[in-house]
Write a protein that binds this ligand. Structure first.
Ligand SMILES: [Zn+2]
Length: 300
């Protein structure tokens, strides 16, 4: 476990995700709940909702979370058998799928791949809400400062169940939680400042580059001033490498699929790569990294 995972802040955020789900189920009793882990600066929870959530829903849910926190509910864990877990979540299809995968040893309860099958599962309950979870949590919601939490939609507001675009699209609600209201205010202030310094906005304003919907998202078109900055950086980078004894080589941007099967990159990184390019009867891959090409140079 990392130091963050052992910290009080981590437990506060993890527990806040459960409280978010509790409040969301009060607002949307027919919601299906997916998973809700703590993340770097907060937490999130994914939901399948009967209608799109609005800013008004979010305000209601945040206010309700603060109430639940103030009420002072204990977090209580208990072991359950797979059958008890299935019975409890009989109307929650995502939880049922997770339970079945946990029992089969396909995933852990954060959706990560594991090998060992689970014969006992852990439930954690606070107030009216129970989740399939290993913890850790705070002992009591009173350990969370209600004025140090905040929830929001982020862009993109949607997420696919298990990151699979063929599975249902879910509404992801992000939250952040800190130990003190001052830390929360600092964090929100940092976000505002970062927004003002967003390189995509500044770069367009300074005329360094532009984006075109027709060209595609995330594909910058460098204008002359931007190209000068880019070229200056490239020259600097090349010189630093040469000064440190590196010798440049140049390799193509694509390579045969067999190259990546040989290197072992394919199929293990298949999900994070573009589909192969078919040319005549051969398949090529946009190179995900340089090393397979470089090894061929070494072998030569
Ligand atoms: Zn939990």
């Amino acid at each position: 476990m990392s130091r963050y995972e052992e910290s009080l802040l981590y437990r506060i955020r993890h527990s806040s995700a459960h409280i978010l789900a509790e409040a969301m189920l009060e607002r949307f009793p027919e919601a299906h709940i997916a998973i809700g882990p703590p993340i770097e600066e907060g937490f999130y929870y994914d939901f399948a909702l009967p209608r799109p959530a609005t800013e008004e829903d979010l305000q209601w849910v945040e206010a309700r979370m603060k109430e639940i926190i103030r009420e002072g509910h204990a977090f209580a864990g208990r072991e359950v058998t797979p059958d008890e877990a299935r019975a409890y979540f009989k109307n929650q299809p995502f939880k049922l799928e997770l339970i079945n995968d946990l029992v089969a040893g396909r995933v852990d309860d954060n959706g990560n791949k594991v090998a060992a099958p689970a014969d006992k599962l852990t439930f954690w309950t606070q107030d009216t809400f129970t989740d399939l979870c290993r913890g850790p949590h705070v002992a009591n919601t009173k350990q969370i400062n209600p004025d140090a939490i905040s929830i929001t939609f982020k862009s993109p507001a949607g997420a696919y169940w298990r990151g699979d675009e063929n599975r249902p699209q879910l509404t992801r609600i992000y939250g952040t939680a800190w130990e003190t209201p001052e830390e929360l205010q600092d964090y929100l202030h940092r976000l505002e400042e970062a927004k003002k310094r967003d390189h995509r906005v500044i770069g367009e304003k300074l005329g360094l580059f532009t984006f075109s919907a027709l060209v595609g998202k995330g594909l910058p078109l460098w204008k002359p001033h931007g190209a000068i900055v880019r070229d200056t950086l490239e020259r600097w980078l090349r010189q630093v490498q040469i000064d440190n004894g590196y010798l440049p080589v140049v390799t193509p941007h694509i390579g045969k699929l067999d190259l990546y099967k040989t290197s072992g990159h394919y199929p293990y990184y298949k999900d994070s790569q573009y589909a192969p390019i078919q040319v005549d009867d051969e398949e090529f891959l946009l190179k995900p990294m340089n090393c397979p090409h470089h090894i061929m140079i070494y072998k030569s």
